[in-house]
Design a protein around this ligand. Sequence first.
Ligand SMILES: Nc1ncnc2c1ncn2[C@@H]1O[C@H](COP(=O)(O)OP(=O)(O)OP(=O)(O)O)[C@@H](O)[C@H]1O
Length: 439
Amino acid sequence: MILTTLFCQLDELQRRGVHHFIIAYSGGLDSQTLLDGCHAYKLQHPHLQLSACHVHHGLSDNADQWLQHCQKSCQQLAIPLTFEHVQVAKGNRQSLEAVAREARYRVFESLVDRADCAVLTGHHQDDQIETLFLSLKRGSGLDGLSAMPALMPFANGLLARPMLQLSRSELQQFAEAQQLSWIEDESNQDDKFDRNFIRNQLLPLCQQRWPGFNQAAGRSVGLLGQERTVLEELTAEDYSNCKRASALSIGALKSLSHGRRDRVLRHWLRLRQAPLWSHAQQQQAWLHVALAQQDAEPQLNWAGWQLRRYRDELHLLNDKTERPIEQIEWHWPKPLTLPNGKLRAFVTDSGTERLREPTDDQSVTIRFGQLKKRVRPANRNGSRELKKVWQEMAVAPWLRQHIPLVFYDEECVAAVGYWIAKDYLCQPGESGWHIELKC
Ligand SMILES: Nc1ncnc2c1ncn2[C@@H]1O[C@H](COP(=O)(O)OP(=O)(O)OP(=O)(O)O)[C@@H](O)[C@H]1O
């Protein structure tokens, strides 16, 4: 039964193009079972690549023995093992565990270097229900209540949890029947931690009162997960309707219901890797920034980020992009690393607007800031102050200072992504630079 369920999930991974399974192997009951099950699967699918990764956090006095156990098991099964020591900064135990988890996932990420790789963890049904209870305690919405997804994009590949339909007791029966040996993490017995309290006290009580509680709760989590997927698809569609270059259209957001709008905003923060808002911040973002009066200059600041409005658009900025350097020499054709991305120039004679290449004796610099310069964009008549050009193009004042301006000697010849000066715009068929800034 265990193997049938696991193999079904592994088949699905193969159908999705995964050929390298990397087992997140702590040496505990769950990942020990996973290791053994995957080994059995590989015997039937010899072309697959199977490896394991153990992260040594050094949090337990027994951490060295755990690593030895993992090395021994992998050696017996001829599974290559990577192990990594990570330093976890001191703090209280609960936050220590969160920091350790962060560090662990960073190690896993570094291993998933191709699209056909997946990291597999030993999470099972009981873990899901514990996560559900923790989410209830925090008052989470659907995202938290649907607990952990069975499959998700991760680094360049995937993160899979192929044992979510199996209970801890099923895994234990299997492990005992196979005479597997595994390590016991002594901290799992400490009910001071919420997860342990749920596992050791709360769930046995529920099971005693309502036999079958775990299966029912597991089914609920699964159903919530399906609903979440549907909602995520809808949110991705809403987001692409609201998206304008690097901003969101307030008009388009207004046309959505409250719930759909909130989801789009959260989706946007995730994509930009900005910390999510609290409930209060989310309200502030909409009521006090997006819906502020036209002449106000509202902004929301949180964790080094800023939400700002300009005309009908919402913009997201962070401290890193807030302090651009003033001027830097560009040794083209080498890419140039700037605080807000990487600048590249390709020589081409077709497609988008192209900038004439500099002569051998011209120096090329990139400058930022509100320069008091007259410029001659090709799509406008005559020359005018740079500031005037930005106003005509409706570029928000705080964004202007982040736009790389290309100078040949002391002449401003282009604003990357916005315009090229009249005398430097290539004629049809003429080859020149196409410049792009990749964030
Ligand atoms: N030190 C480790 N090295 C490698 N993999 C690990 C390690 N610790 C945990 N894992 C992987 O994570 C799975 C879940 O472990 P555990 O329940 O202890 O994690 P957790 O702290 O609750 O956090 P999370 O569920 O987010 O991973 C394990 O089955 C195993 O696959």
